[in-house]
Design a protein around this ligand. Structure first.
Ligand SMILES: COc1ccc2cc(-c3cnc(C(=O)NCC(=O)O)c(O)c3)ccc2c1
Ligand SMILES: [Mn+2]
Length: 242
């Protein structure tokens, strides 16, 4: 039957083109955030989950930030644990495939996402919220123009039930009367502007919660941020030597 005919390369390219131009671009420019469900399909999604689980079980994730240290009580709830991955490491091939698929979306969208010129990105951040009730307090990813313009998060959690497991990402779009509650569902891709337009929080998670985040740079803002950083380190050196 047609359904399992291997999709020709051209067929896939046209699908991506349509997804970007008819959905992602207009959605980002209107709402500043956009959800794509069933991004890669179950087979590839499963392979990525397996690789992320192994990264977690191998102990390659750094301990998360101190989520909360109630005074006196020694037990500190640690937040998300993370590992930075390029996708070329052994055992991370399918994470690499995910990154190249997101890169393709961003490349197709280039010049149409706001007025950004996207020429690069961070390594991927593979994150695990251990399910001990830790979340992530309300924050802005890029509050001070460090160059990051779009946050892309790929979620990996099958049978996630927010009523029971929590772990909802709540975005508070600046100046809007509504909030966006996003469940970290398997094979879901979320994109949103990284700056102050999108403060957000991860609500306490009560089951292991995996996500892969990539931040894309606007070339101009990134270059400017690097200049500022160089000047600040140069001036601090001169002050110490003088
Ligand atoms: C300098 O070293 C580090 C190391 C780790 C860092 C992690 C974050 C971060 C930011 N945002 C989120 C988030 O919003 N997740 C939303 C979701 O999972 O649905 C998150 O999980 C993690 C930010 C800065 C960091 C700097
Ligand atoms: Mn964030």
């Amino acid at each position: 039957p047609r359904s399992n005919r291997p999709k020709s390369k051209e067929h896939k390219r046209l699908n991506t083109h349509r997804l970007v131009l008819q959905y992602i671009v207009p959605c980002m420019n209107s709402y500043g955030l956009c959800i794509v469900d069933n991004f890669l399909g179950e087979k590839l999604g499963d392979r990525i989950v397996q690789e992320v689980r192994r990264v977690h079980e191998d102990g390659s994730m750094q301990d998360g930030q101190l989520a909360c240290q109630t005074l006196g009580q020694t037990k500190a709830i640690r937040g998300d644990k993370i590992a930075w991955v390029e996708g070329i490491e052994t055992g991370c091939h399918n994470i690499g495939v995910l990154l190249s698929r997101i890169d393709k979306l961003i490349t197709f969208a280039d010049g149409k996402l706001g007025s950004y010129k996207i020429r690069g990105r961070h390594k991927a951040m593979v994150a695990c919220y251990p399910g001990n009730g830790a979340g992530y307090v309300k924050h802005v990813d890029n509050p001070n123009a460090d160059g990051r313009c779009v946050t892309c998060i790929y979620y990996l959690n099958k049978n996630w039930n927010a009523k029971e497991h929590g772990g909802v990402l709540r975005i508070f779009p600046e100046g809007k009367s509504y909030v966006a509650d996003i469940e970290p569902l398997f094979d879901r891709l979320l994109l949103f502007w990284s700056d102050r337009r999108n403060p957000h929080e991860v609500q306490p998670s009560f089951a292991t919660r995996y996500a892969i985040t990539v931040w894309y740079f606007d070339s101009e803002e990134r270059a400017e941020a690097k200049r500022r950083f160089r000047d600040s380190t140069a001036s601090s050196q001169s002050s110490t030597t003088s």
